[in-house]
Design a protein around this ligand. Structure first.
Ligand code: PXG
Length: 285
């Protein structure tokens, strides 16, 4: 916390922190594989962009945060794990005004995550489109990974209550945006499609890696506006995210996608991604 290693039980924030009171703050989720932090600089750049977007000045340099992440992994022996990086607005008065707050709190948690059971990576996920629309880009821009994830949580609640583990969120125009914590991709022949960020889609770090790996493998990779039609008629659909990695989707709104089984393109991309992730990153030393 704030540059110091603190035992879990002593790692506390104030009840007057605006991160708690208002969800005023930003975060990142990062993975480590094989003793390396994956795409560390990209996550830190996004953290600083999110902070800038909410006029929050992080009292540390990007290099300082990177060093602190590595140090926290090392101290916790998190060689294959999950890192949560959180910056809150800090302690302020009871009132929205963020400018009453003192120093932002910088928190780094090094632990682990398993988003979906392993069997779903082999068998594929069933997901649903939900009524909760993704935030309008001029309300809370989905590029901002803020501590207020209620938009996504409300969608997640709808999905779970309809018997699925994940939701597809549409934007206010009815175009496909993303899942609650993952980006969405459509495979159509040799073409790989994903919504452009202006559709209310977070520019996922995993998304960008998968797009690059697919292009290198000879696929025609495009950012395209999508409706549910593109999902229902896809050969294959999959989700990407730091926590989820690459996971196939086999049903949307109870309709089978493609063959109804994880497709060859998704399986190959997942393999390529896993190989890339396990051999690239900032060493934890
Ligand atoms: N969209 C949203 C809304 C996200 O929150 C992604 C896409 C994927 O982005 P990355 O950069 O991770 O490829 C995210 C990130 C969780 C969890 O506990 C989810 C994310 C991050 C950390 C934890 O479900 N999603």
């Amino acid at each position: 916390m704030n540059g110091k290693l603190v035992p879990e039980k002593a790692a506390k924030v104030s009840v007057f922190d605006h991160g708690l009171l208002y969800g005023d703050g930003v975060f990142e989720g990062i993975r480590s594989y094989n003793g390396r932090v994956f795409m560390l600089d990209e996550h830190i750049m996004r953290l600083f962009r999110s902070a800038k977007a909410i006029d929050l000045k992080i009292p540390m340099t990007q290099a300082g945060v990177a060093k602190a992440v590595v140090k926290t992994c090392k101290a916790n022996r998190v060689m294959d794990g999950y890192i949560r990086l959180v910056v809150t607005r800090g302690v302020g008065s009871l009132g929205l005004n963020p400018y009453t707050c003192g120093t932002p709190q910088i928190i780094i948690i090094a632990g682990s995550i398993q988003l979906y059971p392993k069997k779903l990576y082999d068998e594929g996920l069933s997901i649903v489109t939900v009524g909760t629309i993704r935030n309008h880009t001029e309300s809370v821009n989905p590029q901002i990974k803020s501590l207020n994830y209620l938009n996504n949580i409300l969608a997640k609640i709808e999905a779970i209550n309809s018997g699925c583990m994940e939701a597809v969120m549409l934007n206010p125009q009815g175009f496909v945006a993303e899942a609650t914590g993952d980006n969405i991709f459509v495979v159509r022949g040799n073409t790989l499609l994903t919504p452009p960020t202006w559709c209310g889609t977070l520019e996922g770090v995993t998304r960008n890696v998968v797009m690059k790996l697919a292009a290198e493998a000879g696929m025609d990779v495009r950012e395209e506006v999508m409706t549910r039609y593109e999902l229902y008629t896809a050969d294959e659909v999959f989700l990407t995210g730091t926590a989820a990695e690459v996971i196939p989707v086999v049903k949307i709104d109870r309709r089978s996608i493609g063959s109804g089984k994880p497709g060859p393109v998704t399986r190959q991309l997942a393999k390529t991604f896993n190989r890339f992730a396990s051999s690239n990153g900032t060493p934890i030393v």
